[in-house]
Design a protein around this ligand. Sequence first.
Ligand SMILES: [Zn+2]
Length: 237
Amino acid sequence: MGERAELRKKAKELKKFVSTIVSEINQLTIEEQTSLLMKKWPNSIQGTKEKQQKILPPLKNVKKFPKIITRFSPNPDCALHLGSVRAIVLSHDYAKMYNGDFILRFEDTDPRLKKSSLEFYDMIRDDLRWLKCEWDSEYIQSDRIQIYYEHARKLLEIGGAYVCTCKPEKFREKILTKKNCECRTLSISDNLSRWDGMLEGRYHEGEAVVRIKTELDHPNPAIRDWPALRIIDMKKT
Ligand SMILES: [Zn+2]
């Protein structure tokens, strides 16, 4: 009636007519309904017969890398929400598309603000299995702290990182204008001494962070000299 205005006047009559037809159709079995539809209006059910298979668009620059490795890295401080499905499926399917590896990595190194709980590790694993996204290897970051400490020291030794003791607001002011803080130009031995200080408890929470040297004009200010390691005081609440 939306398309044929003249029929609107006959709405009552049409209603009777339509309900007669509907009850006739409802008496047919599904098979009879399908064959009637196929005979009279074959195009109307074509879509259900030939489901289009959707595939992921190829990734750029894959040839540059010997192997494609993707990861999903939840913090096990709560159950996954629906929004995680996208990251899980895309990471898994892209790894498989290129015969690569899909890693599950638990980011559980904040024992105070994002305190993990054992039950969530298993819930997350179950969710991935339910999505049929099996992972090739699994890492639990809190088991690997010593490895990260070794890498932090190596980075400081080669000048790829520095220990920043600036107040966060002061650092932010500088980095937003693409300028470095004074800590960035410290000598390697000064940095290593500050690092030892972090490990020995000479600094308190918020007083020192290890920053990775990046390009200072990176388009994303959050990436510029991002903090890789920081102190968490477990006595604080
Ligand atoms: Zn600094």
